[in-house]
Ligand binder design. Sequence first.
Ligand code: NAP
Length: 265
Amino acid sequence: MILILEYTLNKKKELKEKIESYRNNIKLVIVQVNDDPASNAYIKGKINDLNEIEVRYELLKLSPSIKESELIKVIERLNNDPSVTGFIVQLPLPKHINKEKIMSLINPLKDVDGFHPLSKFIPATPKGILTFLEDLNYEFKGKNAVILGRSEIVGKPMASALISKDMNVTLLHSKTSDEDRKFYIEHADLIIVAVGKPLFIKNEYNFKKDAFVFDVGINRVNDHLVGDCLNNLDVKFQSPVPKGVGLLTRLALLINLVEAYNNGF
Ligand code: NAP
């Protein structure tokens, strides 16, 4: 099975070659309205990727005390700027700003994070996992998927994407009983874990031997990053943490950006 790191490097190379002719016309703007260390790290990763495939970008760092009305003006300007192919508003936003309102004001054609309710794009984490599976020629149809976690950015859009692939999809959450979780996990061909609890899933389950597990969780424990799953589950494929779903997520943002350009944004 191909390693995710190797896969994303190959895909970025492919993307770079593909967009060579129109690279100078693509531009991503990253709007940051926080000074959160995790956001800084995510943005640094995104910028590395953009540099790697030689796509123009602008990091618009705004004061966390900016008024909501001012931020709205920035969004409107980016929506109307023909030189901007796509833009993202890095979360979290300060408490005095209504996140849903801001997300709903982004032009869906430029919403490469896929957070607008009418966005043309699948959010980056589900899109990254989906694209990886498609490139493996994974046979989705009629298989059982279970997703742990029902967030707007991972669980729910992941479920919707897998339903579109004709999978039987079950979405679990914090009110799911231990017994039901065991039942669904043990019947699953594809398991997506996005709970945010270190090593929540261990080898106490009788996994299907050919199951695929994507560990979305990123948890900091004693200065180390650990996923929601124990490493080396007894399954056919498990994405590592780090250098797993995080890399697929970063790749998907680039794919969405190129799609925005091709769609005529
Ligand atoms: P989130 O907003 O942190 O919410 C956690 C979800 O897990 C909730 O839906 C919660 O259910 C559910 N949950 C809690 N206990 C559960 C249990 N016992 N069984 C099943 N579900 C349970 O979710 P998120 O934003 O998707 O983040 C989840 C994790 O993924 C975090 O560690 C985050 O840092 C990481 N993440 C990683 C990437 C990446 O690129 N690798 C991207 C995004 C997020 P309720 O709704 O009932 O509370």
